[in-house]
Design a protein around this ligand. Structure first.
Ligand SMILES: NC(=O)c1ccc[n+]([C@@H]2O[C@H](COP(=O)([O-])OP(=O)(O)OC[C@H]3O[C@@H](n4cnc5c(N)ncnc54)[C@H](O)[C@@H]3O)[C@@H](O)[C@H]2O)c1
Length: 377
């Protein structure tokens, strides 16, 4: 099943690490470490193989993919030998990542995005295409009446005033093109009633939001532990220091607020109450593509005895994110093929801020994912 992967933000760190990883896996030059769809419980003949994946995308910058891959190798994200060995394949990907289109109205922009995806699907004879948003995090979207209903939205998109944030316009264009959509970012994406209506109308599934790769992953394991042991979590504070393009973007207040909100959801929903504390995000240029998160948790035990837990996480964000992007592509493509449409809550395992009313503990989420894969026709 030849499957297209259309990466919005195709020249960014996560996108390029995903492409290098997939090409290396196909060439037998890398192991699928970190790819959960390679676990025995999740292997399934309905999932596309690494060799079936064909990459394209949009970006607002023109940095050559090979140059970005070399920069990621210099930063310690990718092995330099892989980038050297895969030079021709990476150079060939450049033509597939197009400049992000811009029309006079959002309806025109969406039509241009859809046309690029259609052309990519035809030229590569793809069975289906999964559109994945890995572009820069946006500020939280301003509410607009057109978000509530598809017919109102279609009309509003023809006006000169933009009504959708960029991530949602990509979701609209993806659904219109008959593609599934995965939002790896905390941006609004498909999370609007009008877009849910469109996904159902077009018979396509979608998943999100915000890949769970580091601090929140640890939270989703520790929070259920406190809940199951009936311990009283009084405060949970986190400091995230990161560099890279994501870090630079998140140093701006509006995207920073969107990300911090996405990170705290797991606590309230797992513990059933909100402990004191916040997650702070700070840009430290010198950390490059790496991230450090420190969390301090204070809790009370039997007879009110006060205790604390601290952890620190030193992660390479793109290396943690890329295998999950590849997993999500395989799973979304298989779900689409199996006739699923609308939100895929079983993919909550991958996200900080999952769609729907779902379990937030990692084990429960993994079990739901296994059941979904077992049920693929
Ligand atoms: N790395 C992780 O562990 C992780 C985890 C969860 C979420 N994310 C999210 O994934 C996204 C990508 O992260 P990254 O480290 O690759 O960031 P990055 O800054 O390296 O890449 C983002 C890319 O998006 C492009 N872009 C910006 N606006 C665009 C638009 N309107 N259309 C098309 N392209 C556009 C940028 O030019 C850039 O190339 C971020 O939103 C980040 O918050 C990453």
């Amino acid at each position: 099943m030849r499957t297209g992967v259309w990466l919005v933000g195709g020249r960014g760190s996560v996108a390029v690490t995903s492409m290098v990883g997939a090409v290396a896996l196909r060439a037998g030059l890398a192991e699928p470490t970190g790819c959960v769809t390679e676990l025995p419980q999740l292997r399934h003949p309905q999932l596309p193989q690494w060799a079936d994946l064909v990459f394209g995308g949009h970006d607002v910058i023109a940095t050559p993919i090979l140059k970005k891959a070399e920069a990621l190798a210099d930063a310690g994200v990718l092995p330099g030998r892989l980038v050297t060995a895969l030079q021709p394949e990476l150079a060939a990907l450049d033509a597939e990542v197009r400049p992000a289109p811009r029309g006079a109205t959002q309806a025109e922009t969406a039509a241009l995005i859809t046309a690029d995806i259609d052309e990519f699907r035809r030229r590569h004879e793809l069975g289906r295409v999964v559109v994945v948003n890995v572009s820069s995090t946006e500020p939280a979207a301003e509410p607009h009446e057109a978000h509530a209903a598809l017919d109102v939205l279609r009309e509003a998109l023809r006006g000169v005033t933009p009504v959708l944030p960029s991530s949602s316009l990509y979701a609209y264009a993806a659904f219109t093109a008959g593609c599934s959509f995965v939002d790896f970012t905390p941006s609004t994406g498909a999370r609007l009633p009008a877009l849910s209506q469109l996904a159902h109308e077009r018979g396509v599934p979608y998943a999100g939001h915000d890949g769970k790769t580091g601090e929140t992953l640890v939270k989703s394991v520790l929070a259920p532990m406190f809940a199951m042991r009936a311990l009283d979590v009084r405060s949970w504070s986190g400091a995230n220091l990161l560099g890279g393009g994501d870090g630079a973007n998140l140093s701006q207040p509006a995207p920073n607020a969107a990300k911090a909100a996405s990170k705290q959801r797991v606590l309230a929903e797992t513990l059933g109450y909100t402990p004191q504390g916040d997650t702070r995000i700070e840009y430290v240029e010198d950390l490059g593509e790496f991230k450090t998160a420190w969390d301090l948790i204070t809790f009370r035990g039997f007879l009110g005895t006060a205790m604390r837990l601290e952890f620190s996480w030193h992660g390479c964000d793109s290396a943690l994110a890329a295998p999950l992007v590849l997993d999500l592509v395989r799973l979304a493509a298989a779900a689409h093929r199996a006739g699923r449409s609308g939100p895929l809550p079983e993919l909550a395992f991958f996200f900080k801020d999952p769609l729907g009313d779902v379990e937030h503990g990692l084990t429960a989420q993994f079990d739901a994912l296994v059941r979904m894969v077992e049920g693929l026709a």
